[in-house]
Design a protein around this ligand. Structure first.
Ligand SMILES: Nc1ncnc2c1ncn2[C@@H]1O[C@H](COP(=O)(O)OP(=O)(O)OP(=O)(O)O)[C@@H](O)[C@H]1O
Ligand SMILES: [Mg+2]
Length: 298
């Protein structure tokens, strides 16, 4: 599952919620992101390393980077591989990689392929880069096949391309928030993946949805209420701004109509009671409407 969308729409949170659901449903799952350096995962709070690290029963997290992927490949494929280690650590190789379009992307996709096809995991959830970069990324295998006709690069690009095309195995999940720009970008990306990359896409996830709790008549009554209570006035103010936000979101959602399959995930209010565990609470609540993606619980 490749989770993508505009920057900041909730890709990391949604990918984490999907990964947790997948693990709870019994699949050995790895949640992966692209990162050149070890970083802390914003939800699970662990240091993300190239080697998958278990954070929950059947759930591991890891980061993929092209240089580690090349080193691992060389270690596996070449005799006396330690002779080459210095070369791959060195500046010359980094300059070569930076100057070769698509090299890093292909190596990272190769690692995702290995995780998906030969590492003992049942499912890979990829917390993918945002729209612009993911378009480039998904176009790299095809572009490589056009310019490299033989050899290991061709072989790797071909098997990655087949995995991306396989609708039973790979699926793109595009996320948006209910704002006009984010929805337009999500639809454009979804159509690109479906029509130009010929991949299985869906559902589109609309994240951070705020629902109207009052009718317009009730809202009018509340707004016209004259009360000496400061607390009540504050509550009415909060209700008004939530109502306005829900109205704006309703309007933006009209633009979602052309896509057949949309899942809505509500905006979760921060849990003030919890200390430190709030990210886990967030994804637990976000996971609820996503259950449908993994079929009925057995
Ligand atoms: N449904 C939700 N309810 C409340 N808060 C949410 C929800 N989804 C995401 N958030 C919050 O929105 C912020 C951005 O989310 P997240 O980091 O998952 O987005 P992202 O798309 O991965 O961002 P980036 O493009 O920077 O990687 C975070 O603070 C997250 O806690
Ligand atoms: Mg993110």
């Amino acid at each position: 599952m490749i989770v993508t969308g505009k920057g900041g729409v909730g890709k990391t949170s949604l990918a984490a919620a999907l990964a947790l659901l997948s693990a709870r449903r019994g699949s050995r799952t790895v949640l992966v992101t692209f990162d050149r350096e070890d970083t802390d995962h914003s939800i699970f709070g662990v240091r993300l390393k190239y080697q998958p690290k278990e954070v929950h029963e059947r759930l591991a997290v890891s980061r993929v980077d092209a240089f580690e992927a090349v080193r691992e490949y060389v270690r596996r494929k070449m005799p006396f591989s330690s002779l080459y280690e210095g070369f791959f650590e060195g500046r010359v190789f980094r300059v070569f990689a930076a100057a070769t379009p698509g090299f890093e992307e292909l190596m990272c996709l190769g690692k995702l392929y290995d995780l998906a096809m030969g590492s003992g995991f049942d499912r890979v959830i990829f917390d993918a880069p945002s729209s612009g970069h993911v378009k480039i990324l998904l176009g790299v295998p095809d572009a490589t096949l056009k310019v490299v006709q033989v050899g290991p690069l061709n072989h790797n690009a071909r098997k990655i391309q087949h995995l991306l095309w396989d609708a039973d195995k790979t699926r793109i999940i595009v996320a948006a928030v209910p704002e006009e720009m984010a929805i337009r970008e999500a639809l454009e990306l979804a159509c690109y993946c479906r029509d130009e990359r010929r991949m299985a896409v869906g559902p589109l996830i609309l994240n951070q949805v705020v629902r109207k709790r009052f009718s317009s008549a009730e809202m009018e009554l509340l707004t016209g209420m004259d009360t000496p209570s400061e607390v009540l006035r504050a509550a009415i103010g909060a209700a008004q701004s939530e109502y306005q936000l829900a109205s704006v979101q309703d309007q933006a959602r009209q633009g979602m109509t052309p896509w057949p399959d949309v899942l809505e995930v509500p905006r979760i209010l921060p849990d003030e009671e919890s200390d430190g565990g709030s990210s886990r609470t967030l994804i637990d609540e976000m996971a609820d409407p996503l259950r449908i993606l993994f079929g009925n619980p057995s």
